[in-house]
Design a protein around this ligand. Structure first.
Ligand code: TYC
Length: 113
């Protein structure tokens, strides 16, 4: 069970692992799951504030940030960015903290990609 029968020198599990890595034609790449940070519209958060957050937290340029803010404003929600879970949580926490600091009701959420 431990090694491939009929292949000499395969009984050492250390050696077997090494061999597998070296000979796999298409190495399996483990991509960590990704999560969308979604911003929701509200009636009170100023547009310029949302644009500034999109630039500063989500690394958007001024034009993309403005388009994205308007998408949220017109459709109710939009994806600000897609990240591994820890990064998505940190960015959303920054959004909420900065909005709360200013007394704005801006909220966002995290969804699996
Ligand atoms: N609807 C807000 C306004 O008219 C602007 C806004 C945009 C608020 C995006 C939140 O996620 C948001 N001032």
């Amino acid at each position: 069970m431990a090694g491939s029968p009929g292949r000499p020198g395969n009984s050492d599990p250390t050696r077997e692992r090494r061999e597998e890595v070296a000979t796999r034609a298409r190495p399996k790449v483990r991509r960590p799951p990704r999560f969308k940070v979604v911003l929701f519209n509200d009636d009170y958060t100023p547009m310029e504030f949302v644009v500034a957050l999109l630039e500063q937290i989500f690394d958007k340029g001024p034009s993309e940030a403005t388009q994205l803010m308007l998408k949220v404003h017109r459709s109710g929600a939009a994806v600000a960015g897609v990240y591994v879970l820890e990064v998505a949580e940190t960015k959303l926490a920054s959004v909420h903290r900065r909005a709360e600091d200013r007394g704005y009701p801006l909220r966002g959420g995290i969804e699996p990609e």
